[in-house]
Ligand binder design. Structure first.
Ligand code: FAD
Length: 828
């Protein structure tokens, strides 16, 4: 088996050792800079609250597995999880509403939960102030992780099975040769390894720096305090219990004031996120001493009592019983925050064999560990980890200033009620397309992704609302779904379907694959046969070894040895580039990102050809450029590559040029289009139009957990392709004639107006059976449209309910696509 070195014996490192071991890998060494009995990282002082539910399915399922696993780690008749349940209370009407949304997630992700009124909150938690609490959400399977104990038991059992542990041994360097990790350096020598997994917690930045990998996490101090004994609790039975199972009330969250609570016997523990962000540099903490103890460890800084004042006042209001206590002991404990709040997991893009699993909470630790072990041993994690990938960050997101600002902001907002579309306010304007100045002139409303400013609609189109035909008039939205939205979107959809619109497609990832080995690479990695004539576009999937979808891409053959890829994420780039590097040892191929050096306009609509014919002498007829064809052309003298395809389901092209011509291209098209009714349209309309056409978005609608048949993207597979490709043999084992057990299905909302936004649970016969992935108002079909994962047995016509803020919305499973199923518009 592979030789593995794990750096760090916290809850993450020890879990990974355990998960690898249980999958048959035995040559494992764990290197820890602190003493093993208490390594001194974040785990050593974690109070261990496990609230499982988040808007993320992945994170929730990581948490659920962590609960299961902690329950299974046992010694002396006691496991490592105290399942007291979790109670989140609302003290404001907005929070009360939001708990309903949260309850939706629990049903979507399969966690049992109940919305409770104020009275029931008091029954569950008698110490609450009845004048303050409006209601709550109770999750019976939440509870307390005994994280430090679990770590010790994991060390004990993995060590017995042969895992070697080195304590008080800092890793001081990572050895590499030819782009591959070869081992680690420690003070008295080196340890050779094929795989090094950095589980260094908030020291991750320092470990990454040893190999030139930016680890986008920020160590921040977070306040935790214990009260003196609560007089009325002193001497109660539960104090006699062993090993920290010293709580019986649910763990409590008071998110309106950034607070959480647990019992410690007759004392209370209070965690607070309301204070100023207090960033720390791990390298400034010095060496971990040999004699770490509860009060003296690197991850524990001096308590700054003045920062805790508001928390203490609010606590005494929420839990009046604590007025009889004082703060006995507090500290500022360090752990990691990241730019998007997710953990950092995966292989370094530029160094094979160097893996990280950092910025992971105790809550998700075993889940993340299992995922890493599964990817290493089988090539696929059963829970999708796309949103946790180290490679998900764009280059601009890896700068120190970006990491510091966004991670601090995540600390500030950790318990805030956040709308799914809510953009960060800063840093902004990091990446703008060459059309940006023009878009601003048109009153673009921008939302940010990956550093890009992306127009969602244009205020300039507002006056066209007056000309909207009645059946295109936007329906009124509820207050939540009306946020970060505008009725102008209806105009932009109408124009696209009936005249012509231009969409900024610049922020979509574009890569060039070139060289003598280009065809080989794409044949080997993709499901389609791309040995096509130059000038052809092919839709293809990238699969993992188990047939799970790792991306869907467009492969355009521009020349014999030059392909352009339309991809989804920076992770796609990391994957293709790594594979290219490996292949190049014998068959040269290069993968180059061209997203930012180029720009792209989607010119779409029934009158698109009228517009283009005004500004080109090249042949844009069906003969000159058939559907899924690509060619170079000149638009008013501007060199473009024209791709005959459309995400919105209308006639037209993606017109791509290099950045310096961008603004001129925009102006040229905009001017020429005026007499044909052309407008600029944004992402909100785009998203509605693509849903009507049934186009999936990778990451949102499907991911590595799904195979192409379930997601209904098997059109990306060339069945007759004889070459072997990644995932082929797994696909061959899927019984295609059989209905899959789950399917991505199209739903329409019966009342024609009730909005949903995504991630809501879907009920059939009163039982939660699936969840919504994307949703939008379908202007052409005059109904909200949703895509949802549902049991394969639910066929078209089935009547389901979607839960939205506690309300049930009737919807119907519908055949797809809703719009232009024969592609008449696309082929026009
Ligand atoms: P760590 O436990 O920090 O382990 C990393 C290890 O790597 C350390 O032992 C360190 O010594 C070692 N290491 C670092 N560099 C080197 C090197 N060069 N060589 C060798 N070894 C090295 N999470 C929850 O889920 N629920 C909670 O209620 C909760 N409350 C918290 C409260 C506070 C006050 C704090 C600070 C954190 C809390 N967390 C909570 C977060 C949680 O504690 C951490 O996310 C988690 O413990 C991280 O585990 P880890 O194994 O990744 O890191």
């Amino acid at each position: 088996t592979k030789r593995v070195v794990i750096i760090g014996a916290g809850i993450v490192g020890t879990n990974i050792a355990d998960e690898l071991l249980s999958r048959g890998w035995t040559d494992i060494t764990v290197v820890e800079q602190g003493p093993l009995y208490m390594p001194g990282g974040s785990t050593s002082h974690a109070p261990g609250l496990v609230f499982q539910t988040t808007p993320s399915k992945t994170m929730t399922h990581f948490a659920r597995y962590t609960v299961e696993k902690l329950q299974s780690i046992e010694k002396d008749g006691q496991n490592c999880f105290n399942q007291v349940g979790g109670l989140e209370v609302a003290t404001t009407p907005a929070r009360l509403e939001d708990l309903k949304r949260k309850h939706g997630y629990t049903s979507s992700w399969g966690i049992e939960a109940r919305l409770v009124n104020a009275e029931e909150c008091l029954k569950l938690y008698p110490h609450l102030n009845k004048d303050v609490v409006l209601g709550g959400l109770h999750i019976p399977s939440d509870g307390l992780a005994l994280a430090a104990r679990a770590t010790q038991l994991l060390i004990e059992r993995t060590r017995k099975a042969g895992v070697k542990y080195l304590e008080s041994t800092p890793v001081t360097g990572i050895k590499q040769a030819n782009g591959q990790v070869t081992g680690v350096t420690i003070p008295n020598g080196t340890i050779e390894a094929d795989i090094v997994i950095s589980c260094a917690g908030f020291w991750g930045v320092e470990l990454g720096a040893m190999v030139g990998v930016s680890i986008p996490l920020l160590p921040l101090a977070h306040q935790y305090a214990k009260t003196t004994a609560v007089p009325s609790l002193v001497g109660r039975e539960l104090n006699k219990q062993i090993n920290g199972k010293n709580a019986e009330l649910p763990i409590l969250r008071h998110q309106d004031q950034d607070l959480y609570y647990r019992e410690h016997g007759d004392q209370y523990g209070i965690g607070y996120y309301g204070h100023r962000p207090m960033p720390v540099k791990a390298s400034s903490l010095g060496l971990t001493p040999k004699d770490v103890d509860e009060k003296n460890m690197p991850s524990r800084l001096e308590f700054t009592a003045e920062d805790f004042d508001p928390a203490w006042k609010e606590t005494q209001r929420l839990l009046p019983m604590l007025q009889e206590t004082e703060i006995a002991d507090g500290f500022n404990g360090i752990f990691s925050f990241t730019p998007d709040g997710g953990p950092i997991v995966g292989q370094a893009p530029n160094l094979d064999g160097f893996w990280v699993a950092e910025a992971v909470w105790v809550t998700h630790s075993a889940g993340v560990a299992r995922a890493v072990a599964e990817v290493l041993t089988t090539g696929r994690s059963q829970i999708d980890i796309s949103e946790c990938e180290l490679s998900r960050f764009e280059e601009v997101q890896l700068s120190q200033s970006y990491i510091e600002e966004t991670s601090s902001q995540n600390f500030v907002e950790i318990y805030d009620i956040l709308h799914p579309s809510q953009p960060r306010e800063s840093p902004r304007q990091l990446r703008t397309s060459p059309f940006y100045a023009r878009q601003k002139e048109l009153g673009a409303y921008f939302l940010e992704l990956g550093g890009w400013e992306r127009p969602f609609w244009y205020e300039a189109n507002k006056e066209l609302l007056n000309y909207l035909p009645p059946k295109w008039k936007p329906v009124e939205r509820d207050a939540w779904s009306a946020q970060f939205y505008s009725p102008i979107v209806a105009v932009e959809a109408w124009k696209t379907r009936n005249a012509v619109a231009m969409f900024d497609m610049t922020s979509f990832h574009r890569f060039e694959v070139s060289g003598p080995g280009a065809l080989d690479l794409l044949q080997r990695l993709s499901t389609a046969d791309v040995n096509t004539k130059p000038g052809t576009i092919t839709y293809a999937l990238l699969l993992n070894d188990q047939g799970g979808i790792r991306s869907d891409i467009f492969i355009s053959r521009l020349e014999e040895n030059l392909f352009q890829i339309g991809a989804n994420t920076a992770t796609d780039l990391a994957y293709l580039a790594r594979e290219a590097r490996h292949q190049s040892k014998k068959d040269f191929v290069q993968v180059r990102e061209i997203t930012g050096s180029t720009c792209c306009i989607g010119l779409w609509g029934p009158r698109a050809r009228d517009v283009i014919n005004e500004i080109t002498t090249d042949d844009f007829s069906n003969k000159g450029l058939p559907y899924f064809g690509v060619k170079r052309a000149l638009i008013s003298g501007i060199p473009v590559t024209a791709f005959r395809k459309s995400y919105v389901g209308e006639l037209g092209w993606e017109l791509q040029t290099t950045a310096e011509y961008g603004q001129r291209l925009w102006d040229t098209i905009f001017q020429a289009g005026k007499i044909h009714g052309l407008i600029a349209a944004g992402r909100a309309a785009f998203n509605a139009l693509r849903l009507e056409k049934g186009y999936r978005i990778y990451g949102t609608d499907m991911n590595t957990e799904h195979n192409p048949y379930e997601a209904a993207v098997a059109n990306g597979i060339r069945v007759s392709k004889w070459e072997d490709y990644v995932g082929k043999s797994a696909l061959e084992h899927i019984p295609v004639k059989q209905k899959p057990s789950r399917r991505l299905r199209c739903l329409t909302v019966n009342d024609g107006r009730s909005m949903i936004l995504g991630k809501e649970p879907v009920f059939y016969n009163g039982r939660a059976v699936g969840y919504v992935t994307s949703a939008a108002f379908g202007f052409t079909v005059r109904k909200p449209v949703a895509y949802a994962w549902l049991p394969g047995t639910l066929d078209q016509g089935a009547s389901v309910d979607i839960e939205y803020f506690g309300r049930r919305i009737k919807a119907t499973v519908t055949t797809e696509p809703l719009y232009d199923p024969d592609n008449k518009r696309l082929l026009a």
